[in-house]
Each structure stands twice: as C-alpha cells, then as structure tokens.
Design a protein around this ligand. Structure first.
Ligand code: SF4
Length: 365
C-alpha cells in the first residue's frame, strides 16, 4: 500500500496541527508567475516522482490501496494528478489495485474537477472534509467552504459517478452541527473526529486568550454518542472509534494500517512502515527512522487494535506479554468495556470511549 502526502492547503484551519503549507491554488493562478503556488505544486510533483523512482524497491508486492492525504490533495490540478498517476503506473505493480482514495475539500469539488478526477481512471473513492454543517462553526474553525457547498460537493461527486464516498465530520464544537440534515444515502463511509486543541495552533492561542469556550468532556461525549446513534439508525456500522461504514465498506487502506501492514509513504511529512521500522520524511527532504523494539510493536498493536471493534486477537500477542495482558485487562472485562469474542479482546461500545486510556494502561516496557 502507498500513502502520498500532499502538504499544501489553501489556508490553515485554526485547529490543524498537520504538516501543511498554505498555498494559493493552481486554479486561482492562471498566468502564474515564477515562485507562485502553481510552480510550487509542480516542483512538489517532480520531487514526488523522483522519490517514487528512488524508493520503488521498498514495495515489491502488487499495490492494493493508495491514499492521497494531506494537507489538501484536491489542491492539485488534474494535470498534476495525471503526472503522479502515470508515475505510479511506471514504478509500481497496480494490477491488483482495490481502492484509491483522494482526500478533498468541498470547495474544490466543482463539476469540472470531479469530471477530471473520474477521467484519471484510478481514483475510486473520495474522502470529503465536511467537518460541520453550521456556517458559523465552519468559519470558527477556519474552513473555506459553507454548509451548502459541502452538501453540493457530495451531490456532485455522486452524480459524477463516485459511488464510494466518505465524509469527515468534527464533533465537540461549541455548537452542535445539524448533521441530521445530511443525505446519508449518498455516502458509504463516515469519519467523525473530536475537536482537539493542539499546541501551537491558532485555536490553542484563541483558547489561551480566553476568546473561545469549548464544550466540556461530558458535552463532547454526548455529541459523540448522538452521532453514533444517528449513524446506527441510518445503517452504518461502527468499526473503529472514529469510523463508520455501510456493511462491507470499511476503508481498506486504513484497516490495513490497523493490521500493521507495511506501507510506503511518499512526499514531505509522509510516514512509512516496513514491518519493523518507521520512517518519517521531513519537509527539508531528509528523513528520520526508528527501529521498533518488540515492546514498541506490541504497544502500537494495543493502541490501534483496542480502537477497532474487531479488537486485539490473542494470536497476535507475543507469549512473553500474555500473562501481563490477561491480568491488566481483567478490570476492563469486569466493568463491561471489553469482551472476549472469537479469541480477541474486543471493546464494547462504552469501551471504545476509553480505548486510548485502556491501551496506555496496558503498555509494556
Ligand atoms: S484543510 Fe485539512 S490539512 Fe489543511 S489546514 Fe485544514 S485541517 Fe489541516
């Protein structure tokens, strides 16, 4: 599997701590001058293609999933994506490809752009960052789109022939978003994330200066539970703390991250995993890597598996940690947060709310 990081955004959202640079989009740059956003994006594509050439040996197997994440991948012009896809075909075996996702912001999904995306022939899934359907809240978090633009983007994507659509929502905003007005019939997948105040973001500064009153933990949990209930009523299954799908429509790419499948991450800020090492591409073109100890690998497994409804398979627990795990997990079984099912420790619905805390308490050294 391949992850491609597109580290550019039209502008920075107030809550965002991802690595991305604000850049003027290519569509706004007809007659661009050297040093402009258009040139920057073109240089990025050149560097990405060169990285594919240099690192293609790291993915010897046929590629099953590709994910364009960011940043804002839909900031790329269709011609940029065309060059990237051509290079993917040249450097990797795509004969067994199953799922190719592109993250997109609603304001980029015009009919022309969607038509162009379909014409590329490889991208078969869009993940659209709606976040909220309340215009005040969208402004508050610095998004460029309105609620009606978001609704239109999903309609247009569906009309353009994208049948595998995912949407991202944020909960924990000061005002509940009226998600129930959304036409869930059009999408097969929903990701819902809690608004978190990350250090160094504009939102953190706003909060420090007392300019924003965010809901307390109880209200955030209430919003999350309402969203889970609403999605359940509309036929979505929860398969991870933040992810819901129609039966059989879980994200194949993300599910493989949680299975700890190796992947190649390309582009500045991208992470890669080869089964025992994690590598992080730095923005200056260098990279850092870390060899995982057995304890690191097990802690990662705990962290991801306890967030999924499939849970932690006992067969994947190294013998040396089994006794300690059984002892440590028993209180969570007793209080109904974990059940033993099909030889796996699976979080219950209530347990999912405590997944990160349980994993941290079970970490080994
Ligand atoms: S569009 Fe996404 S990646 Fe870009 S600043 Fe906003 S949240 Fe961050």
């Amino acid at each position: 599997m391949i992850y491609i990081h597109v580290p550019f955004c039209h502008r920075k959202c107030t809550y965002c701590a991802f690595y991305s640079k604000p850049v003027v989009s290519s569509s706004a740059l007809k007659g661009a001058t050297p040093g402009s956003g258009e040139e920057l994006l073109s240089q990025y594509v050149d560097a990405l293609i060169e990285e594919m050439r240099q690192r293609r040996q790291e993915q010897a197997h046929p590629i099953r999933t590709i994910y364009f994440g960011g940043g804002t991948p839909s900031i790329l012009a269709i011609s940029d994506l065309e060059r990237i896809i051509k290079a993917l075909h040249e450097n990797f075996d795509l004969s067994q490809i199953e799922e190719v996702t592109l993250e997109a912001n609603p304001e980029d999904l015009t009919e022309d752009y969607l038509h162009g995306l379909r014409g590329l022939g490889l991208i078969n899934r869009l993940s659209i960052g709606i976040q909220s359907l309340d215009d005040d809240m969208l402004r508050f978090i610095g998004r460029r789109h309105t609620a009606s633009q978001a609704l239109a983007a999903v309609e247009n994507a569906h009309t353009a022939g994208f049948s595998n659509l995912s949407v991202d929502f944020i909960y924990g905003l000061p005002v509940d978003s009226p998600f129930s007005i959304f036409n869930f019939q059009l999408v097969s997948h929903v990701s819902a994330y809690a608004l978190t105040v990350e250090p160094g973001t504009a939102l953190a500064v706003q909060e420090e200066q007392g300019g924003v009153a965010l809901p307390g933990e109880d209200d955030v949990v209430r919003q999350y539970e309402m969203l889970c209930k609403m999605l359940g009523e509309r036929g979505f299954e929860q398969y991870e703390v933040s992810n819901f799908c129609r039966p059989g429509m879980a994200s194949r790419h993300n599910s493989r991250y949680w299975d700890r499948t190796p992947y190649l991450g390309l582009g500045p800020g991208a992470h890669s995993f080869d089964g025992c090492r994690r590598r992080c591409n730095k923005p200056d073109g260098t990279f850092e890597q870390e060899i995982l100890s057995e304890a690191d690998a097990f802690n990662e497994l705990l962290m991801t598996a306890l967030r999924t409804t499939r849970g932690l398979p006992l067969a994947q627990v190294p013998d040396k940690y089994k006794e300690r795990l059984h002892r440590g997990i028993q209180p969570y079984v007793d209080c109904g947060w974990i059940v033993l099912r099909d030889n796996s420790f699976c979080p219950t619905r209530e347990g999912l709310l405590h997944a990160d805390g349980m994993a941290a308490a079970l970490f080994v050294e």
